[in-house]
Design a protein around this ligand. Structure first.
Ligand code: BV8
Ligand code: ZN
Length: 244
């Protein structure tokens, strides 16, 4: 992105942020890329090696729970040592500067919380939490690796990762909280998401329809780059701190 264009975009966005009372931020895998988390759809994306429909659906888990747990255990090992980056940290700072701040993430890595973000709406759940398929209890489980087929500490039922798979409903409280914030936002930042997975992909447009100025921060163009008010092309870890 040309320097001049970037500066113009940053200037516009900073001026909107200055007067903003309600800021909403939506993040995707791209914000964690600089921490070492693989994205899903990029050139080295996770879905290049694994077909999501084989691994991230309730049908896959029913068919072959061992294979699905192998995939999640592998990802838990990969995520375990990783730390938040400058983009996660800059969002913690932004949160302090506006009266109402809502952070919505599609990420399941928990890095926003590690950075210190207060209240995070996790649309797709959290890989460090498990849910019992028998008694329904959810709890945090940071053991790495877990057994091939981990069992519930309360009832010995089979556990599953507490994430939202394709074809599953998102938690209605989380989704309701997100749309409530989108409908009253002054400014929205859409950071590091390819805009391919619904309903998250539609959130920027929902905020725009409701009158917010929407800015995208992404390494590559997405279907929304030219529709939002501002598009900042580059790494989240470099651009988000420049908003402060
Ligand atoms: C549902 C969690 C109701 C577990 C994930 C409407 C039309 C068509 C289909 C649908 C529709 N509505 C619903 C669907 C079906 C489906 C869907 O959207 N399918 C798509 C693929 C067509 N949605 C659902 O099933 C959802 N549920 O709608 O419930 C319902 C129920 C039944 C029937 C009908 C309706 C549930 C979806 C949950 C999916 N769960 N995973 C796990 O991770 O194991 S999805 C997965 O994708 C991840 O969670 C991830 O968060 C999510 C989104 O991906 P992104 O975060 O955007 O990542 P991606 O790699 O794609 O992009 C990274 C971006 O970062 C790139 O743009 C790149 O350029 C950029 N980048 C890279 N590095 C950097 C960077 N940017 C900045 N800086 C950098 N350094
Ligand atoms: Zn149980």
């Amino acid at each position: 992105m040309a320097n001049q264009e970037m500066n113009k975009g940053l200037e516009f966005l900073r001026s909107r942020l200055e007067g903003a009372r309600r800021l909403v931020v939506l993040t995707g895998a791209g914000i964690s890329a600089e921490s070492g988390v693989p994205t899903f759809r990029g050139k080295d994306g996770l879905w290049k090696q694994h077909r999501p429909m084989d691994l991230a659906t309730p049908e896959a888990f029913q068919r072959d729970s061992r294979l699905v747990w192998e995939f999640y255990n592998w990802r838990r090992e990969l995520l375990f040592p990783l730390k938040p980056n400058a983009a996660h940290e800059a969002l913690v700072e932004l949160e302090k500067r506006v009266p109402h701040f809502t952070l919505i993430t599609q990420n399941i890595d928990g890095l926003h919380q590690v950075a210190g973000s207060g209240h995070v709406l996790e649309l797709h759940g959290n890989i460090w939490w498990v849910r019992c398929t028998a008694c329904g209890q959810t709890y945090e489980e940071r053991t790495v690796p877990l057994p091939e087929l981990p069992l519930c500490r309360l009832c010995d039922g089979l556990l599953r990762p507490n994430v939202v798979w394709f074809g599953e409903m998102l938690d209605s409280n989380v989704l309701g909280g997100a749309f409530e914030a989108l409908e009253t936002a002054d400014v929205m930042l859409v950071i590091g998401t390819s805009g391919t997975v619904q309903p998250a992909a539609s959130m920027g447009m929902a905020a725009k329809r409701a009158g917010a100025a929407v800015a995208e921060i992404n390494l590559d163009p997405t279907p929304y780059t030219n529709i939002y008010d501002v598009g900042l092309a580059g790494k989240a870890g470099e651009i988000v701190p420049r908003l402060l």
